[in-house]
Design a protein around this ligand. Sequence first.
Ligand code: ZN
Length: 369
Amino acid sequence: MEKYTEGMNFASNVVYEYGEPLSANKLQKLTYKHLRENIGLLSQMSCNVARQVSGAYKSLQEQIEKGKAEWKQIEFEPTNIKFSYRRDYKINQEKLSITTLDGRKEYEIINYSYAKQYFSDEWKYLASELVEHRDGEYYFHLSCEREVEEKPMEEASNFMGIDVGINYLAVCTTTDKNQAFFGKGMAKDLRKTYKKMRERLKTKGTFSALKRLKALSGKEKRLMKQHNHKVSKEIVEYAKEQNVDVIGMEDLTNIRDNTEVRKRDRYCHESWSFKQLQKYIEYKAKERGIRVKYVDPEDTSKTCSRCGHINRNNRRGLDFKCQSCGYELHADLNGARNIEHRVKDFRHDLESQGSCQPPDVDANETTSA
Ligand SMILES: [Zn+2]
């Protein structure tokens, strides 16, 4: 890994000096000889280095175009290394074998009884990474994908709207008006606990306090991630029980961190955790053959899910009361109902346009685990 990183940093310097991103091919031509002869990397590793470094500078360039970064030399740390399937890693029975500078090495796969579900013919293996974890141990992250059958949009009849938020991580409601609430207070409690700890450390203001502050935010993120994994699993189980064909969620891409979410829920909660939960729901749903569709989030919390009246005053904290028709229900459930309506409308629009083809090119989509 150290040699590999040395190679990465060499290639990184080449791109930096060149002054703009280079394609993987071009970079490979410029670095291959040095990587092989002077650093001692194997042929495949040298190709991976060029591809990975080229990709990193392309992302940097995108950040620069958005005004979020400046041209700089990217430094790589010896914390991860990429392997290509068949070329430099293989799975044999219960063992993983990887190519190293000291030849081929085999390792037992931990927790094989769990992992073996991914070792059937339907799964394809992708480039995978060896990663140094926080505990100092090295783990191989095997990436795999398989084709899943998704029911075509025109055959969809049962929809589920999911509203993600701070009071409940998620509120779900189906076309048949079955509903479920998940993760009550989980995000809020986590926030509260860590907010207190953060405030204490901030008033201290010492160097070690600041260091602990940083560690704390990492820990909070990891706990949130665990919650999101658990809840997304439960939600998809529920969707499966309810025979849901399509899950609808709000498209939060334009919701910026903090500010707009704070308005939305009156709590400082970063939108990354909402987006993360949605992403987990999405891939777990796709694995089970449930389609996912993102809808316009505008006014979902202010619109009456019964009569469609839009009014800022419809919502008071957790209570929704329509100023026009008097309909009352839990505010997040009202939001979820509106999301369900929007995804159902989307399908009806397709039908009325005479074309009910799914928006994606192909009904079979790829999912990764
Ligand atoms: Zn109403």
